[in-house]
Design a protein around this ligand. Structure first.
Ligand code: KG4
Length: 337
């Protein structure tokens, strides 16, 4: 089955063509990061306008690169939640138009389910059940993936997403947006024990996480040093920060994996590209006897191939959109993605 898929939930416009869910025929991505870097973060209206300007051209390019004709497309999958509303609406309306003009089904896809599905593209053998972990710019969730379209949230962040925290910490360290990768690079030469940073625990919610206190701690350290005119070792602070994020995330992931007993953990989202988190997850998984699935960096960030892949399983499960399908800033339910 050939699916055209569209992703526009944040600042990447992406269109892909997939076959049979897991085979990617083309995957076009236009990142707007440079445009938002001027403002130190994503400006929703600028994101929406840029999606509008490029989505049609990207779709033409994706179809051409996949060497298919429009009449080969059997369904159109599109991200409709969670994300920036204006940004989502551009992709959703474009998808509705394409589906209607081709006379094929529209399949709405949850963005977080899409991130998890990036693992199906990377690992042909991976099938549910497994523990899914999504750590991205807008979300941080630990999910019981019981089936391709049957998922339960076990834990999530109570405040900021891990990626948001990376981006803010990077900003006060004077690094460019999006700051996760530059901070990761800076951390490699630092001492991760140089700064004592908080690792909050939430009473009665063993898999929930909190990152906002950590963000504030880094901001305060940088501002205090500036006020006192002290030179700060930025590599040490970056390394201490990355270690703290990892120490908040990894033990919860391992405890959730132990509870479920599936023996498989699949991680996804932009922050899954972080070298400290990847190394810590690998070490902990070996120690606990879990098989760890970490997609290549190209599939960690936002892309449309993952939406096409999840769209295929949604299609098989009977998920269908229509002209009234709406976009949502958050997932529609709090217990599942
Ligand atoms: O998954 P993604 O592309 O977008 C969302 O769905 O949110 O994730 C983007 C986030 C940004 O916050 C970015 O700074 C972060 O992923 N990121 C990283 C790394 N690469 C990207 N964070 C930490 N270390 C990295 N190497």
């Amino acid at each position: 089955m050939i699916i055209l898929s569209i992703e526009s939930s944040c600042d990447e416009t992406a269109v892909a063509v997939t076959r049979g869910g897991r085979t990617v025929l083309s995957d076009e991505i236009f990142s707007q990061a440079d445009m938002h870097a001027l403002y130190g973060g994503v400006v929703p209206e600028i994101a929406s306008r840029n999606h509008l300007a490029v989505v049609s051209k990207l779709a033409d390019a994706a179809i051409a690169k996949a060497k298919i004709s429009k009449s080969d497309i059997e369904a159109v999958a599109v991200t409709n939640a969670p994300g920036l509303i204006g940004a989502l609406l551009v992709g959703l309306n474009f998808a509705k138009g394409v589906a209607a003009s081709l006379g094929v089904p529209l399949v709405p896809v949850n963005h977080l389910r899409g991130h998890i599905a990036a693992n199906y593209i990377a690992f042909a053998e991976l099938e549910p059940p497994f523990l899914g972990v999504v750590v991205s710019g807008g979300n941080s969730v630990i999910v019981d993936v019981r089936g391709y379209t049957d998922m339960r949230i076990l834990g999530s962040t109570r405040d900021d997403a891990a990626g948001e925290c990376f981006d803010k910490a990077a900003r006060v360290l004077g690094l460019p947006y999006p700051g996760g990768k530059p901070l990761d690079d800076l951390a490699k030469s630092g001492d991760d024990t140089a700064f004592r940073l908080p690792r909050p625990v939430i009473d009665g919610a063993e898999f929930d996480m909190s990152f906002s206190g950590l963000k504030t701690a880094v901001v305060n350290i940088v501002h205090n040093a500036e006020q006192k005119g002290e030179e700060l070792n930025k590599s040490d602070l970056a390394a201490s920060f990355a270690a703290a994020v990892s120490d908040i995330l990894v033990p919860r992931v391992m405890a959730a994996a132990k509870l479920l007993g599936y023996g498989k953990i699949a991680v996804a989202g932009g922050v899954a590209a972080n070298s400290r988190i990847r190394a810590d997850l690998q070490k902990a998984s070996v120690a606990q006897g879990e098989t760890l699935y970490l997609p290549p960096l190209s599939l960690c960030g936002d892309n449309a191939a993952m939406i096409g892949c999840q769209g295929y399983y949604e299609y098989l499960a009977g998920t269908r959109g229509n002209m009234g399908t709406n976009a949502y800033a958050t997932s529609e339910r709090s217990d599942t993605v």
